[in-house]
Design a protein around this ligand. Structure first.
Ligand SMILES: [Zn+2]
Length: 94
């Protein structure tokens, strides 16, 4: 694959770890022709060039959250049943 010469100040697409999005980045460090460091054009956060690769494959956060809620409901969520057939207290009236 043809490799374009990249220079300091060039813009490259990379994954910003802070924005958690693939965004425009400015090259701030090149070593042996390899981009080493980039700066996010959106948040100005500098980080190692990740070659456009995104973060880790995400586990299903929603599912795990749901599991937590579900398990907590199972633990203590059962409504208490009042003992049935309990007679009214006698009242001392008058
Ligand atoms: Zn950013």
């Amino acid at each position: 694959m043809f490799k374009r010469d990249l220079r300091l100040g060039d813009n490259v697409d990379d994954y910003c770890v802070r924005c958690k999005l693939p965004l425009d980045h400015t090259i701030v460090a090149i070593v042996n022709g390899e981009v080493m460091k980039v700066r996010c054009c959106t948040c100005s956060f500098e980080h190692a060039y990740r070659q456009g690769k995104g973060g880790k494959p995400k586990k299903n956060d929603v599912q795990s959250l749901f599991d937590q809620v579900a398990s907590s409901l199972q633990k203590g969520g059962t409504p208490k049943e009042e003992p049935a057939g309990k007679s009214k207290k006698q009242r001392d009236k008058g």
